[in-house]
Unconditional design. Structure first.
Length: 502
């Protein structure tokens, strides 16, 4: 790979590294486990972002007319290369994001699922046909690519989130400009370079690094047809309103606050294990992390004790050393999360396990926090209302199942949720009544498999199409209906009335 692990990571346009002569701005990319600046990343100006859009716009007409057979063959090559070299990508993720290596491999595996889905594009893009809709008239519905697709992704899944979108966009015949997070940008270049190696033509997948300036350029440029955004809710709202006001198709995935409801008949050891995995995996930096455990009062003491015991045993440190939990993304973010621990204590929550301090298995001054567990959290506290995006788990106690459902439904977010119970009737009611897009039953992180679609409700998604699966293909294509008659030739004569079928 020529573009990765260089001193200053450059953009990737037309299947080659692109250095913008006039741009002077760069961002720092840390190794969060040591706290050191590992490299810098170029930050694109408007003109540089426009160069990437121009490359995609130029590549689009030929790519959309490339046969399904050829497009799919390239996707299969990409899938094969990615499966063979997933270890390299996982190492890049761990080095820049900090999540432990096993977790990084899991991220790549979930991204790979979407590439495998995209290998089915010919099947998924098939249209519909009605013969003789009217006498001698046939009607077909066909899906066509939208054009240039912009993808703007967050730091927490530097490979998986881009992979939720670009394989589907490209398999559908679009050309892409990907703007990954500037905090861990290398995975995007690595993926684009691998796709080029798999045979993807120039300009079909471009990577531009940057911040608000390049996002705003993508949102305003009339050559961009669709925008897929993933990030925090305020920016998702901004992207959705700006992009749609400019006539673009937009899906903007926002933040989350995911609840796990534990009923008295649940296996409490299983529930405690799952609360740990889903609360502290990736140091809580997952949009599907569980951040609130909702416990029925009569089992809360026992459940809290089990979660606390497990939390204290977690090994925190450098993700390459077989630890359970790695660092947070930056020192600034670590301090913000620690500030929430102060706020929780000040607001009167009971801190059962305090994650500030403790030993870590790492060299240097990494951005670490240990797991924190709060009990007796109430819904007016900032540790409950805000998305913390760190290893802080809150327990809210409720008196009844109904109170638990009402609590979850009152949340402004609706990304993921889970119920732990052995009562099928209770689980069924939960599935039916809960106002959340992705629901787990005894499954704490219900991220759908590649052939279903991913998406939350309420402030967790702006736009109506979810990611990947059937909805992903819908998002990246437009329906066109062709009504046609081949002359018999029998001529019906002039009739100015609205066409009716007979
Ligand atoms: P973020 O909102 O800070 O950044 C996301 C993207 O927006 C990045 O590419 C960034 O460069 C860009 N950006 C940042 N500030 C901007 C601005 N002012 N104007 C325009 N663009 C801007 O998010 P993050 O911190 O990278 O990621 C964490 C967030 O992402 C969390 O809120 C998490 O819940 C959310 N997330 C949601 C999902 C989901 O599926 N709903 C998945 C992953 C992450």
């Amino acid at each position: 790979m020529t573009t990765t692990m260089t001193e200053t990571l450059q953009h990737w346009i037309n299947n080659a590294p692109f250095t913008a002569e006039g741009d002077t701005r760069t961002g720092k990319v840390y190794n969060p486990a040591t706290g050191e600046v590992a490299r810098h990343v170029a930050l694109a100006s408007k003109a540089t972002t426009e160069a990437a859009i121009a490359a995609a716009a130029a590549a689009f007409p030929k790519w959309r007319d490339t046969s399904l057979t050829r497009r799919t063959a390239i996707m299969f090559n990409f899938r094969q290369l990615l499966a063979e070299r997933k270890g390299e990508l996982a190492a890049i993720i761990t080095a820049e994001h900090g999540k432990v290596l096993d977790d990084a491999l899991g991220e790549v595996a979930r991204g790979l699922e979407v590439v495998e889905l995209a290998c089915n594009a010919p099947y998924l893009l098939k249209g519909e046909y009605s013969e003789n809709a009217s006498t001698g008239v046939d009607v077909q519905s066909q899906r066509q690519p939208v054009g240039v697709s912009a993808i703007i992704s967050p730091f927490n899944f530097p490979a998986m989130v881009p992979l939720w979108f670009f394989p589907v966009a490209i398999a559908s015949g679009n050309a892409v400009v990907l703007k990954p997070s500037e905090k861990d940008p290398t995975a995007a270049n690595w993926l684009a370079e691998l796709f080029a190696e798999a045979g993807l033509p120039e300009g079909v997948l471009n990577v531009v690094h940057g911040d608000k300036e390049s996002v705003d350029t993508l949102l305003n440029d009339e050559r961009v047809s669709s925008v897929s955004f993933v990030g925090s809710t305020p920016i998702a709202q901004y992207v959705y309103s700006t992009g749609t006001a400019n006539g673009k198709r937009v899906q903007a995935f926002g933040g989350a606050k995911n609840h796990m409801l534990v009923l008295p008949d649940a296996d409490l050891d299983l529930a405690a294990d799952m609360a740990i995995n889903a609360g502290f995996g990736a140091a809580g930096e997952r949009c599907m992390a569980i951040s609130v455990v909702v416990a029925l009062e009569n089992i809360a003491d026992e459940l809290v004790a089990k979660i606390a015991e497990r939390s204290r045993k977690l090994r925190v440190g450098d993700g390459t050393r077989g630890c359970d939990m790695g660092p947070l993304i930056t020192g600034e973010h670590r301090d913000k999360v620690a500030g929430y621990i102060d706020a929780g204590i000040a607001a009167g929550a009971e801190v059962v396990v305090d994650g500030r301090g403790g030993s870590v298995d790492a060299d240097g001054e990494g951005f670490f926090l240990h797991p924190t567990l709060f009990d007796k959290v109430t819904t007016d506290m900032s540790i409950y209302t805000d998305e913390i995006f760190g290893p802080v788990l809150s327990v809210v106690r409720v008196e009844s199942f109904n109170e638990g459902i009402d609590l979850i439904n009152a949340s402004k977010y609706g990304n993921g949720t889970a119920i732990f119970t052995n009562d099928g009737g209770a689980a069924r009611r939960f599935e039916n009544e809960i106002q959340v897009g992705m629901v787990g039953v005894n499954v704490p992180i219900p991220v759908p498999v590649g052939y279903h679609s991913f998406g939350g409700w309420k402030a967790s998604l702006f736009g109506d199409q979810h990611a990947y699966g059937p909805e992903g293909f819908k998002f990246f294509t437009r329906n066109k209906v062709v009504t046609k008659r081949w002359l018999d030739p029998s001529h019906g004569g002039i009739n100015l009335g609205f066409p009716q079928n007979d």
